[in-house]
Design a protein around this ligand. Structure first.
Ligand SMILES: Cc1cc2nc3c(=O)[nH]c(=O)nc-3n(C[C@H](O)[C@H](O)[C@H](O)COP(=O)(O)OP(=O)(O)OC[C@H]3O[C@@H](n4cnc5c(N)ncnc54)[C@H](O)[C@@H]3O)c2cc1C
Length: 396
């Protein structure tokens, strides 16, 4: 199903400039949006949208052309996630997390087996998830309790994962762990568990206020993999060179898409009110004008940091570029705050219609979804880390 076959492509908003973004917008409008309410209500995986992401090439878009993909840039990927988030935040978060794992494969998948997996990703047949968090460590991913056990050419791993999104629907899972049972907590590597190499057993439930379709329950993960599926680079190298940049842009694209959806609803609500009283500007239009200023700030900060990251280039070590690290971490702090502000202002503009579930101008799902941004890696952690980082940089 290519872009030309999708019915709503022409409705994509002005900010949706790339072909990939427009393709994602069509998937969002035609497939994700009609199912978004039931995904949210039933806390179920967005199976229809994910299938459409497979069919339209969204899952494989970032894979380099040499491996069968489209070689989409971080900007194009960001736009596609944002476009999807305008229709269903859970679907967009699935795409965002998948793309982060694909980036690890692209930049650090040195073995033949990992290159083969990347070629499979390009076909859309592999949805990737991550098992980075661990029970007992909260959101601290700089240490692991679990450890790889080497046995001949195989590695075995058991991990008690704090939250593993769409675990039961993923074809491959990336997981950080100590490199062996004797290693210290910070001596971590990343294992990519390919199709058929792992089992997941739920240890909790995912009955949350928002982002309900990501199905991010706790899971016991058991893996039996080939040793060639372990990345040669250490976990800290992988995070510094790739993880921070791609995670920052991808996840913040979700929060922006949610804010844009709420702002679009607020805009429609004000225009409807204006049509009822031709010749006068509704009072809510002033509040809308204020809201659009905040939305512009969120858009600008994401665009500027994405441009800085792309100028440095994927796969380049950013650990020495402390100002950029600070900027990326600040982006998350800005975006999660600004986007939540836009959504709350949208609620104020739409009034009771915005508060009601199922109303034409409802933003209640946006309100619940956007609040997840500040928790998905807790903002307090970022502030504490930035406070230390600021002592090391020469200027702000
Ligand atoms: C929608 C969603 C999807 C997710 N999907 C996945 C997934 O697919 N895979 C995965 O591995 N994980 C996933 N997670 C988990 C996520 O990555 C974090 O591990 C988790 O949100 C952290 O939970 P926490 O807030 O309880 O822990 P913490 O980050 O430990 O925070 C707990 C409390 O301690 C405070 N705190 C802790 N440490 C510090 C510090 N150093 N400085 C200041 N305050 C501190 C925080 O402010 C907070 O109040 C997901 C989370 C969400 C919300």
């Amino acid at each position: 199903m290519g872009a030309a076959n999708m019915t709503k492509t022409m409705d994509a908003p002005r900010w949706c400039t790339t072909e990939l973004g427009k393709r994602a917008w069509a998937v969002g409008a035609d497939v994700a949006a009609p199912h978004a309410a039931s995904v949210d209500r039933d806390g179920r995986f967005p199976a229809e949208a994910t299938q459409a992401m497979r069919d339209t090439g969204l899952l494989g878009a970032m894979v380099p052309v040499a491996f069968g993909g489209e070689g989409a840039s971080l900007l194009e990927v960001s736009e596609s996630i944002r476009a999807l988030a305008s229709h269903c935040a859970s679907s967009a978060l699935v795409l965002a997390m998948h793309q982060i794992e694909v980036a690890y494969l692209i930049h650090h998948g040195e073995t033949t087996m990992l290159a083969d997996l990347l070629r499979q990703v390009a076909t859309g047949s592999v949805l990737m998830a991550n098992a980075n968090s661990e029970v007992g460590l909260g959101g601290d991913v700089s240490r692991s309790i679990c450890a790889l056990v080497h046995e001949g050419g195989r590695v075995h791993l058991e991990k008690d994962v704090l939250a593993l999104s769409y675990a039961e629907y993923a074809d491959a899972i990336t997981v950080n762990c100590r490199k062996d049972p004797e290693a210290a907590g910070g001596e971590q590597v990343m294992l990519i568990c390919g199709p058929g190499s792992f089992t997941v057993t739920a240890t909790g439930e995912w009955d949350t206020m928002g982002l309900r379709g990501t199905c991010s329950s706790g899971y016991q993960l058991e893996v039996d993999e080939d040793k060639d599926m372990v990345l040669t680079d250490t976990w800290s190298t992988v995070v510094n060179q790739t993880g921070l940049a791609v995670t920052t842009v991808s996840l913040n694209s979700v929060w922006l898409g949610i804010a844009e959806a709420a702002a679009a609803t607020a805009h429609a609500s004000v225009r409807a009110e204006a049509r009822r009283s031709i010749g006068s500007t509704p009072a809510s239009a002033l509040r809308l004008a204020e809201l659009v200023v905040v939305l512009g700030q969120a858009r600008a900060v994401l665009a500027s940091t994405t441009a800085h990251i792309m100028a440095v280039g994927g796969g380049t070590s950013m650990e020495d570029d402390l100002p950029l690290v600070l900027e990326m971490r600040d982006l998350k702090l800005s975006m999660t705050t600004l986007c939540a502000d836009v959504v709350m202002r949208s609620l104020s503009v739409c009034g009771l219609s915005g508060y009601k579930r199922g109303s034409k101008f409802s933003v209640e799902r946006n309100v619940r979804d956007v609040l997840g941004g500040a928790l998905m890696a807790n903002n307090n952690r970022f502030y504490v880390d930035n406070a230390q980082l600021l002592l090391m940089v020469k200027s702000v």
